[in-house]
Design a protein around this ligand. Sequence first.
Ligand SMILES: Nc1ncnc2c1ncn2[C@@H]1O[C@H](COP(=O)(O)OP(=O)(O)OP(=O)(O)O)[C@@H](O)[C@H]1O
Ligand SMILES: [Mg+2]
Length: 322
Amino acid sequence: MPLEDLMWVEKYRPASLTELVDQEMIKQRLRALLQKKQQLPHLLFAGPPGSGKTTTAVILAKEILGEQWRDYTLSLNASDERGIDVVRERVKTFARYADRREGIPYRLVILDESDEMTSDGQTALRRIMEENSEHTRFILICNYSSGIIEPLQSRCAIFRFQRLDEASVTDHLKVIAKKEKLKHPGDSVFAAIYEATQGDLRQAINLLQAAAASGEVTADAVKSVSGAAAKARVAEVIAAALEGNFEAARTKMLELTRVYGVPERDFLKYANEALSSQKVADMAGAVSILAEYDYRLVQGSQPELQLTAMLAQLSALKGKGD
Ligand SMILES: Nc1ncnc2c1ncn2[C@@H]1O[C@H](COP(=O)(O)OP(=O)(O)OP(=O)(O)O)[C@@H](O)[C@H]1O
Ligand SMILES: [Mg+2]
């Protein structure tokens, strides 16, 4: 089996704008732009994970460059490449020559995660785009357009991808379920998947595949392979800590991270969500404790120790409050 068939997200990745689910405005505007390929501006795709940004960039490359699009497209991951100098060199080498070939109006540079570049890097990128604009077009991709410096934004046509709504996700998953001959997953299955993935279609498809791998697809199967179960357990840990029950909280936390493999950063994320849905006497105190440990985890401190210390501090709030 070819690798791309192993993963449903790849197997069912849309190959044309028509197959792209939702994002109607974007499809409409892109179709209009494709009428005049030669005049295509640089593009900026912004939006949440799993909404179709990279997929759309590849579809465009195929539409503009045809069968051999790979030869004329440079895909870079802005946050992976070691600095802007690498980007500059690679773009320069790639974009040096005009292509006289029939049907190749320009080359494409797809720069994923461009909001992860420093603002110095982005300033340099702006120059690189200008230097090479005769023979290349750039597609910048990011999660937040606010992470892109203004001069770069103003050089691009901006496309804002939306989180997919529940009906679109469910319809798409049903098509996949049918093609994979899954045994009639009920509506509760799709509701559980949407609940856990909130409009991230990549995650939704992965979750359906993971649930299918464990046998019959039920809402319970979905929940046990998704973060939903972990989320609920993290909420229990936080509740225990806030009641001043440090030992219980600590034991549960260790079980979660060691046995269930919940990543520490996820633990904090779920803890934060749990806080906002619980009645907390000293909310400000609790939130600042979480923020402090979020920072420490990013700094790469020993995670288990940090989470333990965090629970100790949360438990201590109880004593202060009453
Ligand atoms: N609008 C969509 N229509 C159909 N499938 C989609 C759509 N969006 C995402 N998918 C599915 O999710 C997978 C991942 O999508 P894609 O890589 O385009 O997301 P992305 O927006 O680039 O996300 P990220 O910000 O995480 O890179 C695709 O392979 C496809 O299976
Ligand atoms: Mg992407």
